[in-house]
Design a protein around this ligand. Structure first.
Ligand code: G3H
Ligand code: 13P
Ligand code: ZN
Length: 325
């Protein structure tokens, strides 16, 4: 084992999910791709007293380097402690594609992993998830699996239909796979182009209720939950960016989900939008600027400020732990 997550100051997601479900909030899982995004996430969560899952996709891990990621996560814990906050911090692999990648992530300090078998058959998904759960649990690493398929509305790819999670399948899936949390499809989708302006996006909270009845108290996860703040979409466009007009998941719908068995909500796109808006604004306002600190710094601050509002208004996790300075 190159890095045991416990030595990095990280925790798995077990206790944080239990507390979230008992208290009617959800834990934010914010994706990061670089140091500044990590700083934005941890500073926001530490200052708000919110538990946090630092989330890293395979692509993000390849980008940062697998040697860098555990050290950034360790630094995140230390930033929170330096602020006087006791928030728990987990490091989760997002959309783990296969067993080998997961093994490597556990070797390199991840405290939680997702195995995404949602595009395979029900039986194959169970088999993949079970193999990962049995392996990960030896190291006290938590495992998230997914049942149902989210529509992918990214770039120019035409949206596939959501395949909603079937409530009648979840009990068998959870029992046979032995995973610790389950991502479900109830109408959220990945990326910046979720719905068209004028749409009235509605999550299938009825399906969520049915699922809760089948597996009471079991931690549920929502992917694809960015709200696509119009403020940042407009800023990006104003400063020369190109984005299709689109809207995301309404905050009120996510707030309702947070109060249920949903214990973890994934947000990546919103952070990307805020960060990009910040960079574009600096480049627009100060074309002579070429010091990276001068455009990455404000981008970080914008992302941090947005996440702080999100923790209070959507996740409901503000004040769950000691607030830092
Ligand atoms: O669900 C996907 C996440 O937004 C990660 O995206 O694979 O481009 O890092 P990525
Ligand atoms: P968004 O694209 O809506 O931010 O979703 C992120 C996600 O689900 C990461 O797994
Ligand atoms: Zn996702």
């Amino acid at each position: 084992m190159k890095y045991n997550y416990k030595d990095l100051g990280l925790v798995n997601t077990k206790e944080m999910f239990k507390k979230a479900n008992e208290n009617g909030y959800s834990v934010p899982a914010f994706n990061f791709n670089n140091m500044e995004q990590m700083q934005a996430i941890i500073e926001a969560c530490a200052e708000m007293g919110s538990p946090v899952i630092l989330q890293c996709s395979t692509g993000a891990r390849n980008y940062m380097g697998k040697e860098v990621v555990p050290l950034l996560a360790k630094a995140a814990v230390e930033i929170a402690r330096a602020k006087g906050s006791d928030i728990p911090v987990a490091l989760n692999l997002d959309h783990g594609p296969d067993f080998d990648t997961i093994k490597d992530c556990i070797e390199y300090g991840f405290s939680s992993v997702m195995i995404d078998g949602s595009h395979y058959t029900f039986e194959e998904n169970i088999a993949m998830s079970k193999e990962v759960a049995e392996y990960a649990h030896q190291f006290d690493v938590s495992v998230e699996a997914e049942l149902g398929v989210l529509a992918g509305v990214e770039d120019d790819v035409v949206a596939e239909e959501t395949i909603y999670t079937k409530p009648e399948e979840v009990e068998e899936f959870v029992a046979k796979s032995g995973v610790d949390s389950l991502a479900i499809a109830i109408g959220t989708s990945h990326g910046a182009h979720k719905f068209k302006p004028g749409d009235d996006p509605k999550l299938r909270l009825d399906i969520l209720k049915e699922i809760e009845k089948k597996i009471p108290g079991f931690p549920i996860v929502l992917h694809g939950s960015s709200s696509v703040p119009q403020e940042y979409v407009e800023m990006i466009k104003k400063y020369g960016g190109e984005l299709k007009d689109a809207i995301g998941i309404p905050d009120e719908q996510l707030r309702l989900a947070s109060k249920s068995a949903v214990a973890k909500i994934n947000v990546d796109t919103d952070g990307r939008l805020a960060f990009t808006a910040g960079i574009r604004k600096t480049f627009g306002d100060k074309p002579a600027e070429f010091d990276p600190r001068k455009y990455l710094g404000p981008a970080k601050e914008l992302m941090k400020a947005y996440y702080k509002t999100k923790l209070a208004d959507v996740f409901g996790s503000e004040g769950a732990y000691t607030k830092g300075k």
